[in-house]
Design a protein. Structure first.
Length: 135
């Protein structure tokens, strides 16, 4: 990831509006557990592409890792503004609600997740577990 960062920097030096380079740079920082640096890159993506669903999700993941659950929840909400079917955003938003002692809101998010699924997966096991915590 560190070597990739060098090339992403070179890319944005040549073309400062190359959105995907900032996105990949943010993901590299995330993988390196440099969450604040990742957020800086994701904010650049948001400025250039404000309807990019996934960047809000990725920024929310960073904030979760930093234990900033209320802020993370807001990012997942923004993600869901553009894609109401983003199940992982619903799941993570529900988890954030639990961490903020907002169990009713968490329960709502987990119910949305379960209502949108036709096939149960490992994620569904986690959804069912956290739904139980909310009850």
């Amino acid at each position: 990831d560190e070597e990739a960062l060098v090339y992403y920097d070179k890319c944005t030096n040549v073309s400062s509006d190359y959105v995907e380079a900032y996105n990949q740079k943010g993901q590299s920082y995330f993988n390196m557990e440099l969450y604040q640096e990742a957020i800086i890159e994701f904010n650049k993506v948001i400025l250039m592409s404000p309807t990019d669903t996934e960047v809000y999700y990725l920024k929310g993941k960073c904030l979760m890792e930093m234990k900033r659950f209320s802020e993370a929840s807001m990012q997942f909400k923004k993600c869901l503004t553009y894609n109401t079917n983003h199940l992982k955003a619903h799941f993570r938003k529900g988890f954030c609600h639990i961490k903020c002692n907002e169990f009713t809101n968490g329960l709502n998010e987990f119910n949305i997740c379960l209502g949108k699924k036709e096939v149960y997966t490992k994620l569904d096991s986690e959804i069912l577990f956290y739904k139980g915590i909310c009850l």
